[in-house]
Design a protein around this ligand. Structure first.
Ligand code: ZN
Length: 348
């Protein structure tokens, strides 16, 4: 099937053009007319750098993996979705028979195919075919824009699940970028009494600080450790520290800000290997968890939004028409400090 799409031709070259895309609707698939797609840091990174770690763009690839839309056709085995239903899609498709999938950790299936991760095309195109098992109905109260925010929010959900939080936990999140905010909001929904969010950029912290329960800490003025001491008592620490900046510089801080027998959860992805003081982690018997995407959290994420317990709407900074996709990516690549999430709508 030939369709118009936002194509990353190679590093630093985007075009909005016709491209050949798969059109086979299997018995367990749905066809979805795409409504809204969010621009993710990873899309922008492929655009500006042509690769993320081992994933290298070697041939033209359609971008986008944060999508909502409307079901237009269902495969013959599909019973839980129907034509006309509003949905959002989980962009990673594992092999259901893989060892990882059988363990319930399909996000770390080595053979997972993930939208807009080379060589797999993404969803910035009017129509996609997707497994129904990874397609989720949106309740009436959840908009298409919010539906397209479920993907980044799912990472926050995964971080909180991995943290094994308890009601009333005091949490720290290092990094107030989109993922840091998603982690902080998921932590509040998961029972945190307070989340201290640190960053160097005042504009980002101001957005975080608009949420009740989030205390912004500007680490260019105030040390994170002192802020944590003020909140949790001298030389104790936060119950859970989430690292969401990807900066190697925060590692000393996250070790010193976690309480004895607390947890640190690594969400941000440093570009280079990081030096890490193992003995100070051992001296507190810290539990260290890592996060790679998410598994089995989409339905819960949608439920939290529908229940009004998490409001992602203030994080949508601007919406562009499909025809303006390239301008939208330029804007995202310019990384304005006020921008949290830019979205593209294909159904204006
Ligand atoms: Zn994303």
């Amino acid at each position: 099937m030939k369709a118009k799409a936002l194509v990353l031709e190679k590093k630093r070259e985007l075009s909005l053009r016709e491209i050949d895309l798969p059109d086979h609707l299997g018995p367990d698939d749905v066809r979805v007319h795409i409504h809204t797609v969010g621009i993710c840091g990873s899309d922008v990174h492929y655009y500006t750098h042509g690769q993320i770690g081992p994933f290298v763009v070697r041939e033209p690839m359609v971008l986008g993996h944060e999508a909502s839309g409307v079901v237009t056709e269902v495969g013959r085995n599909v019973s839980h979705l129907h034509v006309g239903e509003r949905v959002c899609m989980e962009p990673g498709i594992p092999d259901p028979n893989s060892r990882a999938a059988k363990l319930g950790v399909y996000n770390v299936d080595p053979s997972v195919r993930f939208w807009a991760t080379p060589p797999v095309h993404g969803c910035l195109t009017p129509e996609v075919i997707h497994p129904a098992a990874f397609t989720f109905a949106l309740p009436e109260s959840v908009s298409f824009a919010e539906g397209a925010m479920i993907e980044p929010f799912a990472i926050g959900m995964q971080a909180v699940v991995k943290a094994r939080m308890q009601p009333g936990d005091v949490c720290v999140v290092t990094g107030a970028g989109p993922i840091g905010l998603m982690v902080a909001l998921a932590a509040l929904a998961g029972g945190a009494s307070e989340v201290l969010v640190s960053d160097l950029v005042e504009e980002k912290l101001a957005i975080a600080g608009r949420y009740a329960g989030i205390t912004p800490i500007n680490v260019s003025h105030e040390s994170l450790r002192e802020a944590v001491d003020k909140r949790c008592g001298q030389d104790w620490g936060a119950d859970v520290v989430f690292e969401a900046s990807g900066s190697p510089k925060v590692y000393d801080d996250i070790l010193s800000c976690a309480r004895p027998a607390g947890a640190i959860v690594l969400v941000g992805m440093p570009v280079e290997p990081v030096t890490f003081d193992i003995v100070s982690a051992q001296a507190k018997e810290l539990r260290i968890e890592t996060v790679f995407r998410y598994a089995n959290v989409y339905d819960r994420a949608i439920d939290l939004i529908a229940a009004g317990k998490v409001d992602l709407k203030p994080l949508i900074s601007e919406t562009f028409d499909f025809d303006q996709s390239i301008a939208a990516f330029e804007r995202a690549a310019s990384a304005r400090p006020h921008d949290v999430k830019l979205q593209i709508t294909l159904d204006a």
